[in-house]
Design a protein around this ligand. Structure first.
Ligand SMILES: [Zn+2]
Length: 60
C-alpha cells in the first residue's frame, strides 16, 4: 500500500545552472519600475533578477 509520490520539480542542475550564471554576473534582469529619483533629478530604472532576486538601479 502507498504509492511512492514522485515530485516533479525543476531539476537541481537546472537551478544550479541559473545560479552559476548569476554568480558570474549574468543576471536575468527584469524591469521592476521607473521611479523618478528626486536626488538625481531624473528617471531611474529599477531591475530585479528573476532568478536570484538581486536588484540594481540604473539612471537613464
Ligand atoms: Zn541573478
Amino acid at each position: 500500500m502507498g504509492e511512492v509520490v514522485r515530485f516533479r520539480r525543476p531539476s537541481a542542475s537546472q537551478r544550479h545552472k541559473g545560479k552559476t550564471l548569476c554568480r558570474n554576473g549574468f543576471h536575468k534582469w527584469e524591469v521592476v519600475d521607473r521611479p523618478f529619483d528626486s536626488k538625481q533629478g531624473r528617471l531611474v530604472t529599477r531591475y530585479r533578477c528573476s532568478r536570484c532576486g538581486a536588484t540594481r538601479v540604473r539612471a537613464e
